[in-house]
Design a protein around this ligand. Structure first.
Ligand code: GLP
Length: 240
């Protein structure tokens, strides 16, 4: 696990984009698990700027959606797929057909979760997982406590996650109580992981992720044992 501390959010965004651009240049058809949330948005904007300058071709990527709220179609304003489309797929020129979705409105959510894990296997594994850090240490919606072997599945959100996601959608009543998430087993098997962490509100949990025990109570602490993990944090999230 490599911890890179950079000055601020802009530096984090540039460094994250550089890491992703290197991977894409080396493997244009890479399979990437992609987070939404606020933290990676700057990284995606930097990548879009590279594409506009014709310095990046992301059109052959295969993208795996990290997580989704249960019961929402792709056009619901709260859909995480919609957020990914606006922030990454459209600006980077990745067609919908290249995305392995977690459709929150599927009639049989367990079946789509199993299909997701099968698709990751069929793709030869995940080359890169781009992740944010939940305030309770979750990755995707792998809420604590979680087993490292947990598959992609339906989960109930903890009150802490409903609260922290409420700011995106107006209030806690607008946040669905269930979600689909890529499982810890899929995330931990990725050949490379980029975890982006910004802001003083993440400081206590980031310290536990990096320096605390590996424990089901801090899902991201399992990254201590994973392959080729880069944590990019700004000074606000780590301290001077
Ligand atoms: C959310 C999402 C995650 C996201 C994380 C951090 O609850 N389920 O996919 O990575 O929390 O979000 P943010 O980057 O906005 O802090």
């Amino acid at each position: 696990m490599q911890l890179n501390i950079v000055d601020d959010y802009d530096a984090l965004s540039r460094a994250g984009a550089a890491l992703m651009a290197d991977l894409i240049a080396a493997k244009p058809a890479a399979s990437i698990i992609l987070a939404t949330g606020e933290t990676p948005m700057g990284v995606y904007r930097e990548l879009a700027a590279l594409r506009q300058r014709a310095q990046l071709d992301a059109s052959r990527l295969r993208i795996f959606q990290l997580d989704a709220y249960m019961g929402l179609g792709p056009d619901d304003r709260r859909s995480l797929y919609g957020w990914m489309r606006r922030s990454f797929l459209d600006p980077l020129g990745v067609p919908d057909a290249s995305v392995v979705r977690l459709p929150g409105d599927a009639p049989d959510p367990e079946a789509v979760c199993a299909a997701y894990d099968a698709a990751a296997q069929a793709a030869g594994g995940i080359d890169l997982a781009v992740l944010g850090l939940g305030p309770n240490g979750h990755l995707g919606f792998n809420e604590p406590p979680v087993d490292a072997a947990a598959p992609t599945r339906v989960v109930a959100l903890t009150p802490a996650s409903v609260e922290s996601n409420a700011r995106y959608w107006g209030g806690p009543d607008d946040v669905p109580c269930y979600a689909l998430t890529a499982g810890m087993s899929v995330l931990l098997a990725a050949r490379q992981t980029l975890l982006v962490v910004s802001g003083a509100h993440k400081r206590a949990i980031l310290y536990r992720v990096v320096a605390g025990p590996i424990t089901p109570d801090v899902p991201a602490s399992y990254l201590q044992q994973a392959n080729n993990v880069t944590i990019l944090a700004d000074k606000a999230a780590w301290g001077e």
